[in-house]
Write a protein that binds this ligand. Structure first.
Ligand code: KG4
Ligand code: ZN
Length: 335
């Protein structure tokens, strides 16, 4: 079975062609980082315009690079939710047009489910497992009982962790996306500043990152000679301590010793070190995708779409994107 996948939920226009038996046929992506960089974050209207401008040329490039014959596509996978609605509209309209033209089924995918299944492109994980999704829009814990059976355990009450990375980078005048920049800068600094760890000792699995972000802002304002690399290192160590402590609690309380960590922030080099060490020390299986698969891409949408299609689930051509269907509900409706 071969699927063509479309992902435009945020600031990456991404397309992929994936064969469930033979693997990746093509995978192409255009980042809009340069467009949004002057604003220190994604500007929804600009994102939609960029997707509209770029999706067809990108599609042409994908077909040229792979020499793929479109008649061999079995179904179209696409991100239905969540995301910036104007951006989702572009990808959904494109996926629908393809499905209509090729007379092939449409398969809806939840963006977070795409992230979760990004690890499966490299290695299958046994059910049940825990998923920590850390991205620009989400910081959530799920218990994944089976494909499309997601139980929400907790999530951020305010900013997502990737958003906090982006905002801290903006405060330091470092550009966008802030995650990779802070990741690199932190390597040159020392975590000398004590920063708040909201909800650290709170029972349950919720997070809060907005207080931490404000504390960084106050620190930068208060201390004139602050070293950006030390701020970056202090912020990053604090984030990792919070993520790890909550994760260890989730493992202990659920008794599930299999963890996937996915989403843009899972590309972070320090996160990989900290979680790898913990997995050895506490004896749990850890799966983190290759950094290229951590951040938004269409291959993960292809993989999750194929799992749904295998179960005979498709969507009608009049389906429309939604800005935010919770993963658990999406899994029930489309599972
Ligand atoms: O999953 P993703 O590509 O898009 C969303 O679904 O949000 O995640 C993007 C987020 C951004 O906030 C970006 O700064 C962050 O992931 N990110 C990182 C790293 N690479 C990307 N954060 C920390 N360290 C990184 N190396
Ligand atoms: Zn994402």
């Amino acid at each position: 079975m071969i699927t063509l996948a479309v992902e435009t939920s945020c600031d990456e226009t991404a397309l992929a062609i994936y064969d469930t038996e033979k693997g990746v046929i093509g995978d192409i992506l255009l980042s809009q980082a340069k467009v949004h960089s002057p604003f220190g974050g994604v500007v929804p209207e600009l994102s939609a315009r960029e997707h509209t401008r770029n999706i067809l040329p990108l599609f042409d490039r994908l077909l040229k690079d792979t020499g793929f014959d479109l008649n061999n596509v079995d179904f179209i996978s696409f991100t239905l939710t969540p995301g910036l609605i104007l951006s989702l509209v572009v990808g959904v309209a494109f996926a629908k047009a393809l499905a209509y033209q090729l007379n092939k089924p449409l398969v809806p995918v939840h963006h977070l489910e795409g992230h979760i299944y990004s690890v499966f492109l490299e290695k299958k994980v046994e059910y049940p497992f825990l998923a920590l999704v850390v991205s620009g829009g989400h910081t959530d814990f799920y218990l994944v009982e089976d494909f499309s059976r997601y139980k929400f355990l907790g999530g951020t009450l305010d900013d997502a962790v990737g958003e906090a990375y982006d905002k801290v980078a903006k405060m330091l005048g470092l550009g966008y996306p802030g995650g990779p920049i802070i990741d690199r800068l932190a390597r040159q600094g020392k975590p000398v500043y004590e920063l708040p760890k909201p909800l650290l000792t709170d029972p349950g699995f919720n997070f809060s990152f907005s207080g931490l972000k404000t504390a960084v802002l106050n620190l930068i304002k208060k201390e004139k000679d602050v070293k950006p690399e030390d701020v970056a290192a202090s912020f990053q160590e604090t984030v990792m301590e919070i993520l790890l402590k909550k994760t260890l609690r989730a493992i202990k309380e659920t008794g599930i010793k299999r963890l996937v960590v996915v989403g843009g922030v899972s590309a972070n080099s320090r996160l990989r070190e900290v979680f790898n060490e913990a997995s050895e020390k506490h004896g749990f299986e850890l799966y983190i995708p290759h950094p290229r698969l951590s951040t938004d891409n269409a291959l993960m949408i292809a993989y999750a779409g194929a799992e749904r299609f295998k179960r005979g689930i498709t969507a009608p051509l009049d389906i429309n994107p939604q800005p935010n269907i919770p993963l658990e509900e999406f899994g029930r409706v489309w599972g």
